[in-house]
Design a protein around this ligand. Structure first.
Ligand code: SF4
Ligand code: SF4
Length: 392
């Protein structure tokens, strides 16, 4: 007798998906047009048709362990051609958000970041925390004279807050991703055929060049916006690491004292070399901020653009795009206000807001839309180990 497979539908999960905007999934009548259209779907067990039926049936366990939903780059080619308007591209996007929340550690953080209604509470935490720090250390006032941010919020306090905060975020992210990796392994019926390292390197190459983004017809311009945000973050990450290295590794009070004898010694006594390093550092920081700003604006513009297919942009996505934009904008404005010696109250307030948004991004990164970068990298690596993904 044939073996029976018993599925346990999760009605609560179906309700949550619908509330998150995936209500259209009920229109799907399994024609499979979407799987044929999708340029990234493998021939064997293609997506997104099977995910549509799994979502309709509330098969939460199967969906949160699926690597396939991360192979989708949300181009919406499938949604354009779906004869029923079931919006499979949007449904997969909402499923990815559910996976991030499901694997979140601790769970309540996933809930805070996952529900955009909580944005004000989420932002209030760093605001209150910074006010307490400034109050306790006697810095809760607007300094007189030339605008110097360290007079308002000393660099050492910022480092003492942000370095442990980043460590905590990395730890929580690590636990969440370990869960995800374990889930991927449980879901697969076949053993990996390729090693982790070569698969990971291939995945990184693919991500750095955004080669899969370029396969989509409908939404190709997203790759430019996405690339700008991606490289903007990487540039700012590098400059932040350099600043920490300068300050704590070389004990430079400012990253660029080119006439300091210790620094000159490091550059063989050449003030020109010291100046070049200073200029390169500044340039990277500024170019990265501009990339983040322009990329974030393009992300929003692309979402608003008429594409001949109505798509759902969840408030989860809007919050992410908005905060990315605000980090870039407040960072640039702070610098401009400092250079132009703007009224101190405006300059310091802008800087304070910048720190709040940076705090938000760091602490909520394992649960926000930004987390999809790591989840996707892990899932694509896994599918390459199974030799399942589509070659580009
Ligand atoms: S989502 Fe649309 S295209 Fe895909 S199987 Fe369902 S009805 Fe067909
Ligand atoms: S949104 Fe694009 S990548 Fe995702 S399933 Fe649809 S066609 Fe494929």
């Amino acid at each position: 007798m044939a073996e029976k497979t018993v599925f346990t539908p999760d009605v609560k999960f179906v309700r949550e998906l619908k509330e998150a905007g995936a209500d259209t999934m009920k229109k799907c009548y399994q024609c499979a047009t979407c799987s044929v259209i999708c340029p990234l779907s493998p021939d064997d067990k293609p997506f997104p048709r099977k995910e549509m039926v799994m979502a309709q049936w509330g098969l939460k366990d199967e969906l949160v362990k699926s690597a396939d939903i991360w192979l989708c780059h949300n181009c919406n080619d499938c949604s354009k051609y779906c004869p029923r308007g079931a919006k499979p591209g949007d449904v997969l996007s909402i499923l990815r958000k559910s996976v991030i929340q499901e694997n979140a550690f601790p769970k309540f953080m996933g809930k805070i970041a996952g529900d955009p209604k909580n944005i004000w509470q989420a932002l209030a935490i760093p605001v209150v925390f910074f006010l307490i720090v400034l109050g306790v250390t006697g810095h809760l006032y607007i300094p007189e004279g030339e605008v110097v941010f360290s007079k308002f919020f000393p660099v050492h306090y910022i480092d003492q807050i942000f370095v442990p905060l980043s460590g905590l975020a990395v730890l929580m992210f690590g636990i969440s991703i370990t869960r995800f990796w374990k889930n991927l392994g449980e879901s697969s019926q076949v053993k990996p055929k390729a090693g982790f390292l070569p698969s990971f390197i291939e995945t990184l190459k693919e991500i750095m060049t955004h080669s899969k983004f370029k396969k989509c017809d409908e939404n190709q311009d997203r790759s430019i916006a996405h690339m700008l945000v991606f490289y903007g973050f990487i540039g700012l990450f590098i400059t932040t690491l350099c600043a920490i290295l300068f300050l704590y590794g070389f004990k430079w009070e400012s990253p660029y004292p080119v006439d300091d004898p210790d620094i000159l010694a490091l550059f063989g006594g050449s003030e020109t070399m010291a100046w070049i390093v200073k200029a390169a550092f500044k340039l990277l920081a500024n170019v990265s901020s501009v990339a983040l700003l322009v990329g974030g604006s393009l992300v929003i513009a692309n979402r608003l653009k008429e594409r001949g297919v109505e798509t759902v942009t969840s408030s989860f996505d809007w919050v992410f795009a908005g905060v990315v934009l605000l980090v870039g904008a407040t960072g640039m404005l702070s610098q401009m206000f400092r250079v132009m010696n703007f009224p101190p109250v405006i300059a310091y307030l802008t800087y304070f807001l910048h720190l709040v948004f940076v705090f938000y991004i760091i602490i909520y990164v394992p649960y926000s839309k930004l987390a999809h970068f790591v989840y996707r990298t892990v899932a694509i690596t896994y599918t390459k180990m199974l030799q399942r993904d589509v070659k580009v």
